[in-house]
Design a binder for this molecule. Sequence first.
Ligand code: SF4
Length: 337
Amino acid sequence: MLKLYSKQIKTLTANSISEPLVVRLSSNHLLPIGLRRNDFFLITQSNIDKVPSGFKGYFIPEDLSLTLGEEFLADNVFTIPNDQEYLGDGDVIWFDPNSLNSRTIYRKNSKHNSLLVTERCNNYCLMCSQPPREINDSYIVEHILQAIPLMSHETNELGITGGEPTLLGEDLIKIIKASKIYLPETSLHMLSNGRNFADLEFAKKVASVAHPDFMIGIPLYSDINSIHDYVVQANGAFDETIRGILNLKSLNQLVELRVVIHKQTYARLPQLAEFITRNLLFIDHVALMGLEMTGFTRTNLDDLWIDPIEYQKELTEAVKIFARFKMNTLFIITNCV
Ligand code: SF4
């Protein structure tokens, strides 16, 4: 797994940058001079003998720094540790030149860029892969708003995830708007528990951005409210989620339903499929997913684990129901062992 955080950057030459910054990396030594002053140049084996001047700063892998000629006298040269060597041209990172910490926000060559916009959440799901933390992480929004204009226009899809993104309120609207303005050809997919869309005014604000390709993935774990509420560990969550979905669809927003299959949800899969086809037939996509062995899943494994082979019957029945109603359905087996 790639390490997105680093505390092991080192200063190699004089440092004239005083504030943390969100910066794009470039390994293009032919980049026009006018475009260099905001970017960091990424020194690699193939460009080490033609490092250009005029960049805001320079990163060089630690091993390679030993071969950097003494005649190279630029300020703001930093070494990056070996576990960050995946960084490449067009990537965007947050970097603090004082504490020498960095966080990778976007990787140009990845097909799966997701922006974690907050760690806070109003659910506490049994199998949460990103266990919520009650912290003030509002600084993340600022980093993301600075990063989006630096991302490649060729980015196919961008994810928004958390925590629960809708807890950001107006700041979430800013992120969706920035994506629409700076990445007009990029699909946006947001994971949300859907509860805050029960507030019709908030749902209207999100819809009014009119992003041309924006889908919201919302989990629904049962046709019975108490089972859904137990899985997400929040009373009343089922009712809010359903009202949220109805509000979003009344505003013509794209909605995907996501069902994680485990010991608490497998038995009523056919009934859930019936519920969805009777009441939510206008949903755009249904994703049936296996358990991810991360976060709370490991802690609650006894309450969650069932071998996928054991729920074949319920899964087959549910898929047949979705197929009968021509619902767009996908089954994803994730990290099950
Ligand atoms: S809604 Fe998502 S982020 Fe919140 S606790 Fe559940 S799985 Fe975790």
